[in-house]
Design a protein around this ligand. Structure first.
Ligand SMILES: NC(=O)c1ccc[n+]([C@@H]2O[C@H](COP(=O)([O-])OP(=O)(O)OC[C@H]3O[C@@H](n4cnc5c(N)ncnc54)[C@H](O)[C@@H]3O)[C@@H](O)[C@H]2O)c1
Length: 331
Protein backbone atom coordinates (compact mmCIF):
# COMPACT_ATOMS: atom_id res chain seq x y z
CA UNK A 1 0.00 0.00 0.00
CA UNK A 2 1.25 3.49 -0.80
CA UNK A 3 0.89 6.60 1.36
CA UNK A 4 -2.34 8.57 1.49
CA UNK A 5 -0.79 11.16 -0.80
CA UNK A 6 0.27 8.52 -3.34
CA UNK A 7 -3.22 7.06 -3.35
CA UNK A 8 -4.78 10.44 -4.05
CA UNK A 9 -2.34 11.04 -6.89
CA UNK A 10 -2.99 7.61 -8.29
CA UNK A 11 -6.77 8.17 -8.20
CA UNK A 12 -6.38 11.51 -9.96
CA UNK A 13 -4.21 9.88 -12.61
CA UNK A 14 -6.69 7.04 -13.12
CA UNK A 15 -9.59 9.46 -13.48
CA UNK A 16 -7.60 11.47 -16.02
CA UNK A 17 -6.93 8.30 -17.99
CA UNK A 18 -10.59 7.36 -18.04
CA UNK A 19 -11.79 10.83 -18.87
CA UNK A 20 -9.16 11.15 -21.53
CA UNK A 21 -10.15 7.97 -23.31
CA UNK A 22 -11.31 8.58 -26.81
CA UNK A 23 -15.00 7.61 -27.26
CA UNK A 24 -14.15 4.68 -29.53
CA UNK A 25 -12.16 3.02 -26.74
CA UNK A 26 -14.92 3.53 -24.22
CA UNK A 27 -17.31 2.14 -26.77
CA UNK A 28 -15.15 -0.91 -27.30
CA UNK A 29 -14.74 -1.50 -23.57
CA UNK A 30 -18.42 -1.13 -22.84
CA UNK A 31 -19.23 -3.56 -25.63
CA UNK A 32 -16.95 -6.13 -24.02
CA UNK A 33 -18.81 -5.93 -20.75
CA UNK A 34 -21.90 -8.11 -21.06
CA UNK A 35 -24.87 -7.20 -18.88
CA UNK A 36 -26.42 -3.99 -17.61
CA UNK A 37 -24.27 -0.87 -17.26
CA UNK A 38 -24.37 -0.59 -13.49
CA UNK A 39 -21.00 -0.29 -11.81
CA UNK A 40 -17.97 -2.20 -13.04
CA UNK A 41 -14.84 -2.46 -10.94
CA UNK A 42 -11.79 -2.13 -13.12
CA UNK A 43 -8.28 -2.45 -11.80
CA UNK A 44 -6.09 0.42 -12.90
CA UNK A 45 -2.61 0.17 -11.40
CA UNK A 46 -2.94 -0.90 -7.79
CA UNK A 47 -6.27 0.76 -7.11
CA UNK A 48 -9.77 -0.49 -7.88
CA UNK A 49 -11.80 2.29 -9.41
CA UNK A 50 -15.58 2.34 -9.87
CA UNK A 51 -16.10 3.10 -13.54
CA UNK A 52 -19.92 3.20 -13.67
CA UNK A 53 -20.19 6.90 -14.34
CA UNK A 54 -17.41 6.96 -16.87
CA UNK A 55 -19.03 4.14 -18.81
CA UNK A 56 -22.44 5.72 -19.07
CA UNK A 57 -21.61 7.70 -22.18
CA UNK A 58 -20.02 4.81 -23.98
CA UNK A 59 -22.77 2.44 -22.87
CA UNK A 60 -25.51 4.78 -24.04
CA UNK A 61 -24.40 4.25 -27.60
CA UNK A 62 -24.40 0.49 -27.09
CA UNK A 63 -27.61 0.14 -25.09
CA UNK A 64 -29.46 1.95 -27.82
CA UNK A 65 -28.87 -1.07 -30.09
CA UNK A 66 -32.50 -1.99 -29.74
CA UNK A 67 -33.25 1.23 -31.54
CA UNK A 68 -30.39 1.70 -34.00
CA UNK A 69 -27.60 -0.72 -34.72
CA UNK A 70 -24.99 1.86 -35.58
CA UNK A 71 -22.26 -0.66 -36.34
CA UNK A 72 -24.40 -3.10 -38.29
CA UNK A 73 -24.13 -2.78 -42.03
CA UNK A 74 -26.48 -5.40 -43.44
CA UNK A 75 -26.35 -6.24 -47.11
CA UNK A 76 -29.07 -4.22 -48.75
CA UNK A 77 -31.23 -6.42 -50.97
CA UNK A 78 -33.87 -3.83 -51.68
CA UNK A 79 -34.26 -3.69 -55.47
CA UNK A 80 -31.85 -6.59 -56.02
CA UNK A 81 -33.01 -9.85 -57.52
CA UNK A 82 -33.01 -13.19 -55.74
CA UNK A 83 -33.51 -16.78 -56.86
CA UNK A 84 -35.14 -19.33 -54.59
CA UNK A 85 -35.02 -22.87 -55.90
CA UNK A 86 -37.80 -25.02 -54.50
CA UNK A 87 -39.49 -21.69 -53.82
CA UNK A 88 -43.00 -22.90 -54.63
CA UNK A 89 -43.41 -24.81 -51.37
CA UNK A 90 -42.43 -25.14 -47.73
CA UNK A 91 -39.19 -23.54 -46.56
CA UNK A 92 -38.41 -22.13 -50.01
CA UNK A 93 -41.80 -20.38 -50.20
CA UNK A 94 -41.27 -18.84 -46.76
CA UNK A 95 -37.82 -17.62 -47.88
CA UNK A 96 -39.30 -16.12 -51.03
CA UNK A 97 -41.88 -14.21 -48.98
CA UNK A 98 -39.36 -12.91 -46.45
CA UNK A 99 -36.86 -11.84 -49.12
CA UNK A 100 -39.64 -10.05 -51.02
CA UNK A 101 -40.65 -8.30 -47.78
CA UNK A 102 -37.11 -6.87 -47.71
CA UNK A 103 -37.58 -5.47 -51.19
CA UNK A 104 -35.94 -8.21 -53.28
CA UNK A 105 -37.40 -9.19 -56.66
CA UNK A 106 -37.71 -12.94 -56.27
CA UNK A 107 -37.58 -15.58 -58.98
CA UNK A 108 -39.23 -18.76 -57.81
CA UNK A 109 -37.37 -21.58 -59.53
CA UNK A 110 -39.33 -24.77 -59.12
CA UNK A 111 -41.01 -27.64 -60.93
CA UNK A 112 -44.46 -26.80 -59.56
CA UNK A 113 -45.98 -24.27 -61.96
CA UNK A 114 -49.35 -23.61 -60.29
CA UNK A 115 -48.02 -23.03 -56.81
CA UNK A 116 -44.99 -21.15 -58.14
CA UNK A 117 -47.04 -18.75 -60.28
CA UNK A 118 -49.52 -18.14 -57.47
CA UNK A 119 -46.75 -17.22 -55.02
CA UNK A 120 -44.92 -15.09 -57.59
CA UNK A 121 -48.11 -13.08 -58.04
CA UNK A 122 -48.56 -12.71 -54.28
CA UNK A 123 -45.04 -11.35 -53.69
CA UNK A 124 -44.57 -9.36 -56.90
CA UNK A 125 -41.89 -11.75 -58.17
CA UNK A 126 -41.70 -14.13 -61.12
CA UNK A 127 -41.91 -17.87 -61.63
CA UNK A 128 -39.43 -19.82 -63.73
CA UNK A 129 -39.95 -23.50 -64.33
CA UNK A 130 -36.69 -25.07 -63.30
CA UNK A 131 -35.49 -28.60 -62.79
CA UNK A 132 -32.27 -28.13 -60.85
CA UNK A 133 -30.78 -31.14 -62.62
CA UNK A 134 -30.95 -29.20 -65.89
CA UNK A 135 -28.30 -26.49 -66.46
CA UNK A 136 -30.29 -24.73 -69.22
CA UNK A 137 -33.23 -24.29 -66.83
CA UNK A 138 -30.90 -22.78 -64.25
CA UNK A 139 -29.44 -20.35 -66.78
CA UNK A 140 -32.99 -19.28 -67.74
CA UNK A 141 -33.79 -18.51 -64.11
CA UNK A 142 -30.56 -16.53 -63.70
CA UNK A 143 -31.24 -14.52 -66.88
CA UNK A 144 -34.78 -13.81 -65.68
CA UNK A 145 -33.44 -12.62 -62.32
CA UNK A 146 -30.84 -10.40 -64.02
CA UNK A 147 -33.60 -8.68 -65.97
CA UNK A 148 -35.33 -7.78 -62.68
CA UNK A 149 -32.36 -6.31 -60.82
CA UNK A 150 -28.73 -7.13 -59.99
CA UNK A 151 -28.61 -10.74 -58.82
CA UNK A 152 -27.45 -10.75 -55.20
CA UNK A 153 -29.19 -13.74 -53.58
CA UNK A 154 -29.50 -17.44 -54.23
CA UNK A 155 -31.35 -19.76 -51.86
CA UNK A 156 -31.05 -23.43 -52.71
CA UNK A 157 -34.11 -25.04 -51.19
CA UNK A 158 -35.09 -27.53 -53.92
CA UNK A 159 -34.76 -31.01 -52.54
CA UNK A 160 -36.35 -34.40 -52.18
CA UNK A 161 -36.39 -36.96 -49.42
CA UNK A 162 -35.85 -40.67 -49.89
CA UNK A 163 -35.54 -43.61 -47.54
CA UNK A 164 -34.45 -47.14 -48.28
CA UNK A 165 -32.27 -49.55 -46.37
CA UNK A 166 -28.94 -50.42 -47.91
CA UNK A 167 -29.67 -54.16 -48.05
CA UNK A 168 -32.89 -56.17 -48.53
CA UNK A 169 -33.71 -59.65 -47.30
CA UNK A 170 -33.43 -61.36 -50.69
CA UNK A 171 -30.68 -61.41 -53.31
CA UNK A 172 -28.77 -58.59 -54.98
CA UNK A 173 -31.99 -57.30 -56.53
CA UNK A 174 -33.29 -56.40 -53.10
CA UNK A 175 -30.32 -54.21 -52.27
CA UNK A 176 -30.98 -50.46 -52.24
CA UNK A 177 -32.05 -48.97 -55.54
CA UNK A 178 -28.96 -47.33 -57.03
CA UNK A 179 -30.94 -45.15 -59.44
CA UNK A 180 -32.82 -43.67 -56.50
CA UNK A 181 -29.51 -42.99 -54.76
CA UNK A 182 -28.20 -41.24 -57.87
CA UNK A 183 -31.40 -39.20 -58.24
CA UNK A 184 -31.28 -37.89 -54.67
CA UNK A 185 -27.67 -36.83 -55.16
CA UNK A 186 -28.44 -35.32 -58.56
CA UNK A 187 -31.14 -33.04 -57.13
CA UNK A 188 -29.95 -32.29 -53.61
CA UNK A 189 -26.20 -32.09 -54.17
CA UNK A 190 -25.27 -31.72 -57.85
CA UNK A 191 -28.31 -29.51 -58.48
CA UNK A 192 -27.32 -27.26 -55.61
CA UNK A 193 -23.76 -26.96 -56.95
CA UNK A 194 -24.95 -26.26 -60.48
CA UNK A 195 -27.21 -23.45 -59.25
CA UNK A 196 -24.34 -22.00 -57.24
CA UNK A 197 -21.81 -22.04 -60.08
CA UNK A 198 -24.22 -20.46 -62.58
CA UNK A 199 -25.75 -17.87 -60.23
CA UNK A 200 -22.38 -16.94 -58.72
CA UNK A 201 -21.00 -16.34 -62.20
CA UNK A 202 -23.78 -13.80 -62.76
CA UNK A 203 -23.25 -12.29 -59.30
CA UNK A 204 -19.54 -11.88 -60.00
CA UNK A 205 -20.42 -9.59 -62.92
CA UNK A 206 -22.54 -7.20 -60.83
CA UNK A 207 -21.34 -3.88 -59.45
CA UNK A 208 -20.05 -4.48 -55.93
CA UNK A 209 -21.75 -2.96 -52.90
CA UNK A 210 -19.85 -1.56 -49.92
CA UNK A 211 -16.57 -3.37 -49.10
CA UNK A 212 -16.68 -5.29 -52.38
CA UNK A 213 -19.72 -7.33 -51.36
CA UNK A 214 -21.68 -8.70 -54.31
CA UNK A 215 -24.10 -11.27 -52.97
CA UNK A 216 -24.93 -14.17 -50.69
CA UNK A 217 -25.91 -17.79 -51.15
CA UNK A 218 -27.70 -20.01 -48.65
CA UNK A 219 -28.06 -23.75 -49.10
CA UNK A 220 -30.47 -26.07 -47.37
CA UNK A 221 -28.87 -29.14 -45.82
CA UNK A 222 -30.54 -31.13 -43.04
CA UNK A 223 -29.93 -32.46 -39.56
CA UNK A 224 -29.64 -35.74 -41.48
CA UNK A 225 -26.27 -34.51 -42.74
CA UNK A 226 -25.02 -35.23 -39.20
CA UNK A 227 -27.44 -37.76 -37.69
CA UNK A 228 -28.73 -39.76 -40.64
CA UNK A 229 -31.35 -42.32 -39.70
CA UNK A 230 -31.84 -45.87 -40.87
CA UNK A 231 -32.60 -45.80 -44.60
CA UNK A 232 -31.19 -42.31 -45.10
CA UNK A 233 -27.88 -43.16 -46.82
CA UNK A 234 -28.74 -41.27 -50.00
CA UNK A 235 -30.38 -38.29 -48.33
CA UNK A 236 -27.64 -37.96 -45.71
CA UNK A 237 -24.92 -38.29 -48.34
CA UNK A 238 -26.54 -35.53 -50.39
CA UNK A 239 -26.94 -33.17 -47.43
CA UNK A 240 -23.53 -34.06 -45.99
CA UNK A 241 -22.14 -33.12 -49.41
CA UNK A 242 -23.84 -29.73 -49.18
CA UNK A 243 -22.31 -29.16 -45.74
CA UNK A 244 -18.91 -30.31 -46.96
CA UNK A 245 -18.81 -28.02 -49.98
CA UNK A 246 -19.91 -24.92 -48.08
CA UNK A 247 -16.42 -23.92 -46.92
CA UNK A 248 -14.52 -24.56 -50.16
CA UNK A 249 -17.15 -22.74 -52.20
CA UNK A 250 -17.13 -19.83 -49.73
CA UNK A 251 -13.36 -19.74 -50.19
CA UNK A 252 -13.71 -19.79 -53.99
CA UNK A 253 -16.34 -17.06 -54.00
CA UNK A 254 -14.53 -14.79 -51.56
CA UNK A 255 -12.58 -13.61 -54.60
CA UNK A 256 -15.78 -12.10 -56.02
CA UNK A 257 -17.35 -10.92 -52.76
CA UNK A 258 -20.04 -13.57 -52.47
CA UNK A 259 -20.72 -15.24 -49.11
CA UNK A 260 -21.92 -18.84 -48.78
CA UNK A 261 -23.70 -20.40 -45.81
CA UNK A 262 -25.79 -23.49 -45.21
CA UNK A 263 -28.77 -23.97 -42.94
CA UNK A 264 -29.50 -27.45 -41.62
CA UNK A 265 -33.17 -27.79 -40.66
CA UNK A 266 -34.44 -30.35 -38.20
CA UNK A 267 -38.11 -31.30 -38.57
CA UNK A 268 -40.04 -28.56 -40.29
CA UNK A 269 -43.75 -28.73 -40.98
CA UNK A 270 -43.89 -28.63 -44.78
CA UNK A 271 -45.47 -30.67 -47.60
CA UNK A 272 -42.27 -32.74 -47.76
CA UNK A 273 -43.94 -35.09 -45.26
CA UNK A 274 -47.02 -35.45 -47.50
CA UNK A 275 -50.57 -34.67 -46.47
CA UNK A 276 -53.46 -36.41 -44.73
CA UNK A 277 -53.98 -38.55 -41.62
CA UNK A 278 -50.93 -40.74 -42.04
CA UNK A 279 -48.68 -37.77 -42.50
CA UNK A 280 -50.09 -36.06 -39.39
CA UNK A 281 -49.51 -39.23 -37.34
CA UNK A 282 -45.99 -39.48 -38.72
CA UNK A 283 -45.24 -35.86 -37.79
CA UNK A 284 -46.77 -36.27 -34.32
CA UNK A 285 -44.36 -39.14 -33.73
CA UNK A 286 -41.38 -37.19 -35.06
CA UNK A 287 -41.92 -34.16 -32.85
CA UNK A 288 -41.55 -36.24 -29.68
CA UNK A 289 -37.80 -36.16 -30.23
CA UNK A 290 -37.48 -32.39 -30.42
CA UNK A 291 -35.63 -31.09 -27.36
CA UNK A 292 -37.45 -27.77 -27.00
CA UNK A 293 -39.91 -26.50 -28.05
CA UNK A 294 -41.75 -29.83 -28.37
CA UNK A 295 -43.07 -29.28 -31.83
CA UNK A 296 -42.07 -29.21 -35.47
CA UNK A 297 -40.50 -26.00 -36.70
CA UNK A 298 -42.34 -23.62 -39.00
CA UNK A 299 -41.06 -22.68 -42.46
CA UNK A 300 -40.89 -19.05 -41.30
CA UNK A 301 -38.50 -19.95 -38.47
CA UNK A 302 -36.17 -21.45 -41.06
CA UNK A 303 -36.59 -18.60 -43.50
CA UNK A 304 -35.71 -16.10 -40.77
CA UNK A 305 -32.30 -17.77 -40.37
CA UNK A 306 -31.83 -17.85 -44.14
CA UNK A 307 -32.53 -14.12 -44.37
CA UNK A 308 -30.07 -13.45 -41.53
CA UNK A 309 -27.41 -15.42 -43.42
CA UNK A 310 -28.18 -13.38 -46.53
CA UNK A 311 -28.18 -9.94 -44.97
CA UNK A 312 -25.57 -10.27 -42.20
CA UNK A 313 -22.38 -9.27 -43.99
CA UNK A 314 -20.15 -11.05 -41.46
CA UNK A 315 -21.85 -14.42 -41.85
CA UNK A 316 -19.80 -16.67 -44.10
CA UNK A 317 -18.72 -20.28 -44.71
CA UNK A 318 -20.84 -21.72 -41.90
CA UNK A 319 -23.49 -24.40 -41.45
CA UNK A 320 -26.15 -23.68 -38.83
CA UNK A 321 -28.60 -26.24 -37.44
CA UNK A 322 -32.08 -24.85 -36.88
CA UNK A 323 -33.73 -27.82 -35.25
CA UNK A 324 -35.07 -27.18 -31.74
CA UNK A 325 -32.08 -29.11 -30.41
CA UNK A 326 -33.09 -32.47 -31.86
CA UNK A 327 -30.48 -35.17 -32.34
CA UNK A 328 -32.03 -37.78 -34.55
CA UNK A 329 -32.09 -41.35 -33.20
CA UNK A 330 -31.41 -44.32 -35.50
CA UNK A 331 -35.13 -44.51 -36.37
N1 LIG B 1 -39.13 -30.11 -43.97
C1 LIG B 1 -38.15 -30.63 -43.27
O1 LIG B 1 -38.34 -31.16 -42.16
C2 LIG B 1 -36.73 -30.57 -43.79
C3 LIG B 1 -35.73 -31.03 -42.95
C4 LIG B 1 -34.43 -30.98 -43.37
C5 LIG B 1 -34.12 -30.48 -44.61
N2 LIG B 1 -35.10 -30.05 -45.43
C6 LIG B 1 -34.72 -29.55 -46.74
O2 LIG B 1 -35.27 -28.27 -46.97
C7 LIG B 1 -35.52 -28.10 -48.36
C8 LIG B 1 -36.95 -27.65 -48.56
O3 LIG B 1 -37.80 -28.68 -48.11
P1 LIG B 1 -39.32 -28.46 -47.74
O4 LIG B 1 -39.56 -29.17 -46.48
O5 LIG B 1 -39.66 -27.06 -47.89
O6 LIG B 1 -39.96 -29.37 -48.90
P2 LIG B 1 -41.13 -29.08 -49.93
O7 LIG B 1 -41.41 -30.40 -50.56
O8 LIG B 1 -42.23 -28.32 -49.32
O9 LIG B 1 -40.41 -28.14 -51.02
C9 LIG B 1 -39.41 -28.61 -51.88
C10 LIG B 1 -39.61 -27.94 -53.22
O10 LIG B 1 -38.54 -28.38 -54.06
C11 LIG B 1 -39.08 -28.56 -55.36
N3 LIG B 1 -38.25 -29.49 -56.11
C12 LIG B 1 -38.06 -30.82 -55.91
N4 LIG B 1 -37.26 -31.31 -56.87
C13 LIG B 1 -36.92 -30.28 -57.68
C14 LIG B 1 -36.12 -30.15 -58.82
N5 LIG B 1 -35.51 -31.22 -59.38
N6 LIG B 1 -35.99 -28.94 -59.41
C15 LIG B 1 -36.62 -27.87 -58.87
N7 LIG B 1 -37.41 -27.92 -57.80
C16 LIG B 1 -37.55 -29.12 -57.20
C17 LIG B 1 -40.47 -29.14 -55.09
O11 LIG B 1 -41.29 -28.98 -56.24
C18 LIG B 1 -40.91 -28.33 -53.91
O12 LIG B 1 -41.63 -27.18 -54.31
C19 LIG B 1 -35.18 -29.42 -49.02
O13 LIG B 1 -33.88 -29.35 -49.57
C20 LIG B 1 -35.21 -30.41 -47.88
O14 LIG B 1 -34.38 -31.51 -48.11
C21 LIG B 1 -36.41 -30.08 -45.05
Amino acid sequence: MGTQRELVDQRRENRAMVEGWPPCQLDALSRRLAGPPLVYRVKLGDVGVALGVALVEGWAAVSSVGVTLTNLAPMDINGASAIVTGGASGIGAACARQLAAKGAKVVIADLQEDKGNELAKEIGGAFCKVDVTNTDDIINAVEMAKSMGPLRVLVNSAGIGWAQRTVGRGGYDTAANLDAFRKVLAINLTGTFDCIRIAATAMSQTEPLAHGERGAIVNMASAAAFDGQIGQAAYSASKGGVVGMTLPIARDLSAVGVRVNTVAPGLIDTPIYGEGENSEAFKANLEKGVLFPHRLGSPDELASMVVECVTNSYMNAETIRVDGGIRMPPK
